[in-house]
Write a protein that binds this ligand. Structure first.
Ligand SMILES: [Zn+2]
Ligand SMILES: [Zn+2]
Length: 405
């Protein structure tokens, strides 16, 4: 019997206390409700506005992981189920600390979910972890990547080189690989335009624009061998893993679900303590927060006993955590709508600087400031799609309450 503890989960970078989350029924009915229809360009209706009720709790099942988190040390390699292992792989100089790689034992080797950053420390930790689990790097037959970010995808190519494993990724993330990691000039130019339109001051532009380029070295470019379409059964014999496409955090983010084991490998889609960055940027769907909220509802109905996330620690009560995340974004939408009402004509940068963050704005690193602007815009776009705001002009775009002249 696994030990369980209950803790109150909290947001991280974007923390906004406030109203509790909606019930699943509320969300479901809001989805189908005759809201003021989406603006041109909106993909679908998303739940908005959100009704409120009391906050649920996250139920920690990865007790050793949580204890290690609290002591700021690496958690152990653990057997999560017979034949399924959790291997922490460090992320250098990053508050996430590590990515949890999951290793499924197969008759002829092992399949891993995510791989870690392309650094020597991460490589060593992955090798050691596989050995602790009774295998080795040369046993790896498959690398199932939840999404394109370097902490998940960075080492996939090196694993394939060493073991001959196949790599799987969703087509919407696979499509972005070249632009993101190889032909970056065009991406940088578009990012600059995006940041200018968001109202980033000229003095900050170069730093914010180049902020992500330093992590390119932590990815080995590798085209996938298999594309994970939504609903696709994953070829890991002995395990009933199904792909659940959950766009939002990245366009091609996927979770893996085992109906038989009632497990959800949630990647970055659902984490126990923090909310993943959902941001508008040059490699995103136009309304990423709308996509994300839809994707939260998509996993809401799954029968899940335990969630195996890619960061932090394992947990139960998936539905409660989903409601909490939805409530967090609802609070954020309310805060942004209020700020724009108070400061009509504000830019996305203006709003970002004024919002409540987990630390003062000037202490937030450049790459996080850029992520924060993207996150603010994701909320603005959702409000715009629901005709709560309107946009005027460009470079920069300015935002006004929908009803104001
Ligand atoms: Zn990510
Ligand atoms: Zn991650």
């Amino acid at each position: 019997m696994r030990r369980r503890t209950r803790i109150q989960a909290r947001g991280s970078l974007c923390v906004a206390p406030g109203a509790g989350p909606p019930t699943p029924a509320d969300v479901g009915s809001a989805l189908g409700a005759a809201a003021p229809g989406p603006a041109p360009g909106a993909r679908r209706l998303v739940p908005f506005p959100f009704p409120a009720y009391g906050a649920p709790m996250v139920e920690v099942t990865g007790v050793l992981q949580k204890e290690a988190w609290d002591r700021d040390v690496m958690p152990p390699v653990e057997r999560v189920r017979p034949g399924l292992w959790s291997i922490p792989v460090p992320i250098p100089d990053n508050p996430l600390r590590y990515v949890l790689v999951y290793a499924f034992e197969l008759d002829d080797g092992v399949a891993i979910v995510d791989a870690g950053w392309n650094t020597d420390d991460a490589w060593a930790a992955l090798n050691n972890g596989l050995e602790e689990a009774g295998g080795s790097m040369s046993d790896v037959r498959a690398v199932l990547v939840t999404h394109i970010h370097p902490d998940h995808y960075g080492l996939a190519g090196r694993v394939r080189e060493e073991s001959g494993a196949w790599i799987g990724l969703h087509p919407d993330d696979a499509e972005m690989l070249q632009a993101r990691y190889i032909d970056t000039d065009n991406l940088l130019a578009r990012m600059r335009e995006f940041l200018q339109d968001a109202g980033v001051p000229a003095t900050k532009l170069p730093d914010l624009n180049f902020a992500s380029m330093m992590i390119r070295g932590q990815v080995m470019m590798a085209e996938p061998d298999v594309l994970f379409e939504d609903g696709r059964k994953v070829d890991v014999p002995g395990w009933d893993l199904q792909t659940v496409w959950t766009p939002g955090h990245s366009p091609g983010h996927v979770c893996f679900y085992s109906d038989r084991h009632r497990l959800l490998l949630s990647g970055d889609h659902v984490l126990p303590r923090i909310t993943p960055n959902i941001g508008v940027h040059t490699q995103q769907f136009p309304n990423p927060l709308g996509e994300y909220l839809e994707s939260l509802l998509k996993v809401h109905t799954l029968d899940v006993e335990e969630v195996l996330p890619a960061h932090e620690y394992r947990f139960a009560n998936l539905q409660g955590r989903l409601d909490e995340i939805i409530a967090h974004h609802a609070d954020r939408l309310v805060e942004i709508e209020r700020l724009i009402a108070e400061h009509p004509g504000a830019t996305a940068w203006d709003i970002s600087v004024s919002l409540t963050w987990s630390r003062p704005w000037h202490e937030i690193a450049d790459f996080m400031q850029r992520a924060a602007v993207g996150e603010t815009l994701a909320h603005i776009v959702l409000l715009e799609n629901h005709q709560r705001l309107r946009r005027e002009g460009s470079v920069p775009s300015r935002f006004y309450p929908a009803e104001a002249g």
